[in-house]
Design a binder for this molecule. Sequence first.
Ligand code: ATP
Length: 219
Amino acid sequence: MTIGLFGGTFDPIHFGHLRSAVEVGEAFGLEQVVLIPAAVPPHKGRGAMAPAADRLRMIELAVAGAPGLAVSDVELRRAGPSYTIDTVRHFQDQLPAGDIALIMGLDAFSEIDTWKFYREILAAVAVIVISRPAHHQDPGRSARARVESVLAAVFSPEAIEATTEGFRAEGLKSVTVQPVTALDISSTRIRQMIGAGRSIRYLAPAAVVAHIQAKGLYA
Ligand code: ATP
């Protein structure tokens, strides 16, 4: 049984996240994709976020009734910043016989060498990198080439074995690039649109849009 862990700020969750979660779940036959909102994301240097309780609630609303999707508040219950290594260890303890895959966008993967204990993470779990629409990436290079150059900076380039699915190396369980339907939606853009008084209808589930309106978030 493999569980996919998909972390992020989810401020707010949108269809880019949700569609990616569904497609990765299907492509890898995952038992479940667990969306995990971060408490204080160590990599996001921006100011105020919506309260954690609202970000969690919006994910709950978004995945309600969706087969194969779940939400975990494990990072919100931990004190201090959320580190993926702690979350991985938590799920390893919960599912001793299970396998864990970490799902992340190429933008997140490109910064993996800034993550706490990233070598331990790469050794312990399979990583699935989802490709995002072009303007978040280096337009001249494929997602696979970007992933390879990130890995080459961490391991020596000769140590990396390229397979049809992705990459392996000593100390690297596996990294696979998974193309998903390109939905050029970001939480930043959603927050900007709300701030500008524009509609975000059809960028996120209706229940999420309704929650944002009811709570006056991002206005
Ligand atoms: P922000 O604009 O606030 O930075 P975001 O929309 O990038 O937010 P995050 O919560 O930071 O959302 O994203 C969580 C994960 O989902 C990251 O790994 C990110 O790369 C990925 N992701 C976000 N939006 C998309 C999208 N439209 N398509 C595919 N993956 C996405």
